[in-house]
Design a protein around this ligand. Structure first.
Ligand code: HEM
Length: 187
C-alpha cells in the first residue's frame, strides 16, 4: 500500500515537471532592443571621465554622436545649419557642443530602448524649427536630412560599425533615424 502511494506521488511529480518543462520551451524570448545590441546596460569604465562608470550602450551611442558631430561640422553641406555651434567652438566655447552631445546621446538612448536615461531637450519638430530653436537658422530639406544621416554613417564607421561588418545594425539604426524625418524636414 505504502509502495503504491509513493509510486503515485513520484509519477505525479514527474508529470508536473514534464508539464513545467513543456511550458518553458513555448516561451518566446524578448528580442534584444537596439540599445542592447549596441552594448546594453553592462557597466564599463568611462575613459572620457576617469573614475566613473557608464553603460556600454550609452558609451557606444555617445561615441558615435561625438564622432558624427565632428563629421557634420566639417561637412560644407551641413555647416550653414550650425552657425551658432560653429561660432562658439571657434571661440573655444564648448558649452553648446557639450549640451548637443548630451541631448543627442540621451535622445538616441531613449529611442533605441534604454530604460535608464531620459531625454529632456526639445521635441524633434521644435528642435528643427528656426522659429522655436534660435540655434538653427533655416528649415531642413529632405536632401540635407539624407546628407546628415550619411554623416552619422561615417560617425558609426569611425567607431567600427559599418555595412560590411554589421549590416543589420546599420540598417536598423538608419531606419530609426528615418522615423524622425517627418518632424525634422520642414521645407
Ligand atoms: C537624423 C535625425 C536627427 C536627430 C535624431 C536629431 C536630433 C537633434 C537633437 C536631440 C538636438 C538637440 C535639441 C535640444 O537641444 O533641445 C538637435 C539639434 C539640432 N539639429 Fe538635429 N537631429 C537630426 C537631424 C538633423 C538634421 C538633418 C539637421 C540639419 C541638416 C539638424 C540640425 C540641427 C541643429 C542645427 C541643431 C541645433 C544645434 C545647436 O544646439 O547648436 N538635425 N538635433
Amino acid at each position: 500500500m505504502k509502495h503504491s502511494a509513493l509510486l503515485a506521488f513520484c509519477l505525479g511529480f514527474a508529470l508536473a515537471i514534464g508539464a513545467c518543462k513543456k511550458e518553458e520551451t513555448t516561451v518566446t524570448p524578448t528580442p534584444a532592443s537596439l540599445y542592447d545590441r549596441v552594448g546594453g546596460t553592462a557597466m564599463v569604465n568611462d575613459m572620457s571621465n576617469p573614475g566613473t562608470m557608464i553603460e556600454k550602450g550609452r558609451l557606444t551611442l555617445r561615441s558615435v554622436v561625438d564622432s558624427s558631430i565632428f563629421v557634420i561640422a566639417a561637412d560644407p553641406k551641413m555647416q550653414p545649419y550650425f552657425p551658432t555651434l560653429l561660432g562658439e567652438v571657434t571661440k573655444g566655447d564648448l558649452t553648446g557642443f557639450a549640451k548637443l552631445s548630451k541631448n543627442f546621446t540621451d535622445f538616441m538612448c531613449v529611442a533605441t530602448g534604454s530604460k535608464n536615461y531620459t531625454y529632456g531637450g526639445l521635441n524633434m519638430k521644435a528642435a528643427h524649427d528656426p522659429a522655436i530653436n534660435k540655434r538653427i537658422p533655416m528649415k531642413i530639406s529632405n536632401a540635407d536630412f539624407d546628407a546628415f544621416v550619411g554623416d552619422i554613417g561615417t560617425g558609426l564607421a569611425k567607431n567600427g560599425v559599418t555595412s560590411a561588418n554589421n549590416a543589420q545594425l546599420v540598417t536598423d539604426l538608419v531606419a530609426l533615424l528615418n522615423t524622425t524625418r517627418a518632424d525634422i524636414v520642414q521645407k
